[in-house]
Structures are given as C-alpha cells and as structure tokens.
Design a binder for this molecule. Structure first.
Ligand code: NAD
Length: 301
C-alpha cells in the first residue's frame, strides 16, 4: 500500500483527506505545526509529527520512503493575508518550496498541491476556466499562485511529478469556526445558534461557488492516481453559485450589513477539465447539505 504524507493534516481539508486515506488502508503521516489545525482533528491511526514546514532540516527526513505528498498546509485566508503579507508569504510560499525540495530529494511519486480559485482574481468572464490568466488581488492569492508555478517548475526542471488543484470555497465537517478563519457558512450557522443577525459584507450581491470537502478529498485521490505529472492546475469546484444573501435565506433569520471587503464579485467554476482529466464530478450542492445535514447538526430546524 502506498505511503502518504499529508502536510497540514490537522486542518480542515487535510484531516478529512487523512480519514479517507486511512479508510482506504493507506499508511499515513501527518506534518502540522497546529497553527490553525487542531489535535482533535487528527486520526489516531495516522503518524503525527508536530513540526513546522518552514524548517526544511526538520521536515526533510520525514519524507523518506513516502510515495504521495498531499500538500494542504497553508495560512489559508484572504483577509488576514492583507494584514500580514510577510508572515503569509513565509507560511505559503516558503513552505511550498520546502515541501517540493523535500519531495524531490526523497524521490516521491507525486506531490498534489492545494491551490485556490482566488488566483483568478476578479475576472470579467464566467465561468472560470484554467486557461484564463491568473490575476491575484490579495497576498494569499498571489502566494497560492506562486506555489502552482513552483510545482510546474519542479516538474519541468527536476522531473518531480506534481499536480495543482484549485479549490473553490470548501465547506463541510471541521470547517473553520473561529475569527478571521471562519467561512461564511459557519459564521451564519453560529450566529443563528446564538439568535444573532447574520452579518453580510457589502451589498451581498457577490456570488460564490461552494464545494463539499468530501468532493475535494476525492479529487486529491484521483489526482494522485492520474497520469498527470506536469504541475498543471485543475479547477475543483461545483458548477453552481450562490449569493451570500441566498445562503442567509436558506438559514432563515435577520441579517445585518458590515463593511465591504476587497473580493471578486463572482468565482463560478468550470469543472469540465476535472471531469475530462480526473473523471471527477461533485456529488453535493450547498443548499442540499445545509438543509439535510448542517441545519440538523446545529439544531437549527
Ligand atoms: P486549515 O487552516 O484548516 O489547514 C491548514 C493546515 O496547515 C493547518 O492544520 C495548519 O496548522 C497547517 N499549517 C499552516 N502553516 C504550517 C506550517 N508552517 N507548518 C506546518 N503546518 C502548517 O485550512 P484548509 O481550509 O483546510 O485549507 C487547506 C488547503 O486548501 C490550504 O492550502 C488552502 O490554501 C487551500 N484552500 C482552501 C480553501 C477553503 O475554502 N478551505 C479554498 C481554496 C484553497
């Protein structure tokens, strides 16, 4: 059975991926410094190394004998990256370079890199397709894009097989609930639980594509098994979009407006390439998950 390393395996996406890899009987290692990840997310059957990926000397030996590296580690939010571009660069760009160097030196079979739909910026045309020119509008988005470029470079120069998956707003079990890291879905869920109005940034006409975490996990495993080795980027997202207002309506309840943020007006995903190259299709749409799972779990029905 292949040996898999999940960098960032104590986080939201990473821990869901670890659970699935373990359920498929793979040997799994996790490297995480618990910056935003949590010990309670860790699967007890995975071998956990509490280490900082910014320190190459510490992490390089852990890559020995690994077949697949799933690089999910990052400081993964747009707004805080605007406040702290240097810290975010260190954790997003330098960490990705270290992961690629360690993977190259250990001759791993493939690195699967978690990229982001944010790399597209505010495009005039929808849906977003992979051939569009990246136009990041935040430090985080630029850093995720530099990570993609490093993957392509390592595939070309060092013949390290890599593939980049551009996730579109991920939701599901263990999504962030706190502070600047919380997603709109969990913010609304918690506000409804406390009987508070749901906070909507700006005029609420921004559309977003939302993607179920188990679909993201499946895409990672398909990407590992695929023939793709050249660092190309593939959109992994639903082909539907909702305004924040529409999501608030599904929750039901009062809303209040907070100041607008710098963010793209839309990020509708084209997932045609994912279907073609990976045989991947999403299995869940956000309203279905909110109605059938989340609202029940949160006691909001
Ligand atoms: P998360 O914060 O839950 O997980 C990231 C993990 O990386 C955390 O466990 C954190 O502790 C770890 N980490 C960060 N810096 C580290 C370091 N220097 N050394 C070791 N570990 C470190 O975030 P997530 O939502 O699970 O995101 C996973 C990946 O997917 C990220 O690369 C993110 O950029 C990407 N992504 C996420 C979304 C989303 O909506 N959640 C959308 C697009 C892309």
């Amino acid at each position: 059975m292949p040996k898999c390393l999940v960098a960032g395996g104590a986080g939201f996406v990473g821990s869901n991926l670890v659970d699935e890899l373990i359920s498929q009987s793979h040997e799994v290692l996790v490297i995480d410094n618990l910056a935003t990840g949590k010990k309670e997310n860790l699967n007890p059957q995975a071998k956990f190394y509490e280490a900082d990926l910014r320190n190459l000397a510490d992490i390089a030996p852990l890559f020995q004998g690994v077949d697949f590296v799933f690089h999910q580690a990052a400081l993964a939010r747009v707004q805080p990256s605007i406040e702290n571009p240097v810290k975010y660069h260190d954790n997003n760009v330098n960490v990705t370079l270290n992961v690629l160097v360690a993977a190259r030196d250990s001759k791993v079979k493939k690195v699967i890199y978690a990229s982001s739909s944010s790399i597209y910026g505010d495009q005039a045309e929808m849906p977003l397709t992979e051939e569009m020119i990246a136009a990041p509008i935040s430090p985080y988005a630029l850093q995720k894009y530099i990570g993609e470029e490093y993957c392509r470079l390592f595939s070309y120069v060092y013949k390290l097989p890599t593939v980049c998956l551009r996730y579109f707003n991920v939701y599901g079990s263990r999504m962030a609930t706190e502070g600047a890291y919380a997603s709109v879905v969990s913010i609304f869920g918690q506000q409804r639980q406390k009987g508070q109005p749901m906070t909507i940034a700006g005029d609420s006409t921004h559309f977003r594509t939302y993607t179920y975490v188990k679909d993201i996990v499946r895409a990672n495993i398909l990407a590992a098994q695929s023939q793709i080795t050249d660092g190309r980027a593939i959109n992994i997202g639903q082909s539907t979009e909702y305004t924040v207002n529409e999501i608030a309506k599904i929750f039901g309840g009062p809303t209040t407006n907070i100041p607008e943020r710098i963010e793209p007006a839309r990020n509708l995903c084209s997932n045609i390439l994912a279907k073609k190259l990976l045989g991947w299709e999403p299995s869940m749409d956000l309203p279905e998950w909110l109605e059938n799972y989340y609202k029940k779990d949160m006691g909001l029905l």
